[in-house]
Design a protein around this ligand. Structure first.
Ligand code: GLY
Length: 368
């Protein structure tokens, strides 16, 4: 036996699980294919915004996301203490804005829904929106302020998780798992064994022998193109909180970082290529400028693309599949947000306990 636990997948989910497993005293191997550019968590915006990322009819996912939002700050605090770095957690909330009366009516309905389930969703006028965010477009008609939303610098967060995992004794190995067979993981180069294998390979789950067929079939890549812009030294920050809007029927978000970067996203495309297209960059920049015209003065620093691992019901897939296999997959648009509670759930499963009740609808068995 090479370890107590092998975690397959070195993205945010796998690394969070490995850190917690090692912290609990388990001899843990993290098997990482090593291609940073292929990880959805490197491309993500890092919004911790449960309501904005759920849609009507996804109440179970919303309940899980709310638990995740509640858990994230204490998890991040422990992580920062363990690694000695900051993850860039921001607490200014999200401002959803509407650019015309139709959007405003939809936003008001969303506000009623949120308040109806006890969430903070304060209606604000266009003038109040511009007081909160002075660089907003002059035609912003009104908004909805979600004070409880957070955001995190996804890249700092994953770097911090990796450092904490190493400090806790996680042994990182580079390799792409092709099959799991009992407690054995096969890569083209080696075979390693453990008491328990945790499969957290993102979209790689669809190509991993040993994962039940219905789970493999339930996951699909959903392409997201995303931009990063930065302030030149001469310009003060043009946004202080996450800003979201619908622009000509497209969802747009701008997520500011402490260091002056703003993440602008994102497309949602049912395809699996990694091409960055002229049309997507044009639309993302156009939508961002429609909401926050001062974006025109910023530096276009990066265009990137990721493949979100989405399941057929948009929910994650976390649970035991037999004696020696745990699956943690399908985190779709919520990988960063759900990382802490997924690590908690897998810790519970490793301890022979049930995860928190919010996980009950998200077992692998639901696809059988
Ligand atoms: N969570 C943001 C996105 O998936 O675009």
């Amino acid at each position: 036996m090479d370890a107590d636990v092998i975690v397959v997948g070195g993205g945010v989910i796998g690394t969070a699980i490995a850190w917690r497993a090692a912290t609990a005293g388990r001899d843990t191997v993290l098997l990482d294919p090593g291609e940073a550019a292929e990880k959805a968590s490197e491309v993500a915006a890092g919004m911790l915004a449960p309501v904005s990322e759920s849609v009507f009819g996804e109440e179970n996912l919303l309940a899980l996301n709310l638990r995740a939002l509640d858990r994230f700050p204490s998890f991040a605090e422990e992580l920062e203490a363990a690694a000695g770095f900051h993850v860039g957690l921001r607490t200014e909330g999200t401002l959803n804005v509407a650019l015309d009366s139709g959007d405003l009516a939809a936003l008001r309905r969303m506000g009623e829904f949120r308040r109806g389930i006890g969430l903070p969703a304060e209606e604000v006028t266009g003038r109040e929106c511009r007081r909160l965010e002075p660089f907003l477009a002059s035609n912003v008609a009104g908004g909805l302020l979600a004070k409880g939303d957070l955001s995190v610098d996804n890249r700092r967060y994953t770097r911090t998780l990796r450092a904490a995992a190493a400090r806790a004794g996680v042994r990182e190995m580079t390799g792409r798992a092709t099959a799991i067979d009992g407690g054995t993981v096969h890569t083209p180069e080696r075979t390693i064994t453990a008491a328990t294998v945790v499969a957290a390979p993102g979209n790689g789950v669809t190509r991993l022998d040993g994962i039940p067929g219905p789970v493999r079939k339930a996951i699909r890549p959903v392409k997201g193109q995303i931009l990063r812009v930065r302030h030149p030294g001469t310009i003060p920050p043009v946004a202080t909180r996450t800003i979201r809007a619908m622009v000509v029927g497209r969802e747009a978000y701008l997520v500011p970082r402490e260091d002056g970067e703003i993440v602008i996203g994102a497309t949602q495309e049912e395809r699996a290529d990694r091409d960055i297209t002229v049309g997507a960059v044009h639309d993302l920049l156009g939508d961002a400028r429609a909401v926050l015209p001062a974006v025109s003065e910023l530096i276009l620093a990066e265009t990137s693309v990721g493949l979100r691992p989405g399941s057929t019901d948009n929910g994650p897939v976390v649970g035991r599949e037999g004696e020696d296999l745990i699956i943690a997959a399908g985190h779709f648009r919520n990988g960063i947000l759900l990382s802490a509670v997924t690590a908690d759930a897998v810790t519970a499963l490793l301890d022979g306990k049930d995860p928190a009740p919010e996980w009950a609808p998200f077992t692998p068995g639901r696809f059988q």
